[in-house]
Design a binder for this molecule. Sequence first.
Ligand SMILES: [Zn+2]
Length: 221
Amino acid sequence: MQETKALIVSPHPDDLEIGMGGTACLLLEKGIDVVSVVVTDGRRSANPLGVSQEELVRTREREVRESSEILGVEISLLGFSDMESDSNKREFSSRIGEIITNLRPNEIYLPHPEIDKHRTHRTVSRLTIDCLNAAIKEIPFECECWFYEVWTPFPSYDRIEDITSFADRKRRAIEAHRSQTAYKDYTDGIMGLNRYRGAFHDTADGFAPLWAEVFIKHDSG
Ligand SMILES: [Zn+2]
């Protein structure tokens, strides 16, 4: 059987943890090869302690390394300052295009390119999808693309994952991002959303997880 490979793209150092920290653990437990790419260094994020940008970048790197260790995910930090300038967008497209071509993942996970309210998330996702389409055209391979839930709750979804066994690890991974939770403690907000997803899932099929993460499938048309 062909090895399954998943590429998870995090625009900021804490997006994977928030949107799919539990599912990342689940993929690893299934023996799926998970590659996680963190696009920006988080220098533009909340800075509640008022440290220099350089210090914030170092702090966020320490935090994401700690949270990834909690989840067991290997990360690659691309270190972009932001995704605003055309040159950064071009450079990111080239880097992510290269990663996709080399890895040929069976699954890619991204924030939603339209529903997510954070502009950097939408930009990163749109550029990644463009690069995926170009790569598939060049070297045909099968790849499903899934959107995970970060800044904006989804009105509906195509997939639900039971993350009950990993809820504690997910919580600890989010809490590792202390510089961000010091500004706004979103841990309970995210875990609450995951409880909501489990509690309000249509149980007609008898599937009733305590904690769950949901995904929208990208229709490549
Ligand atoms: Zn983010």
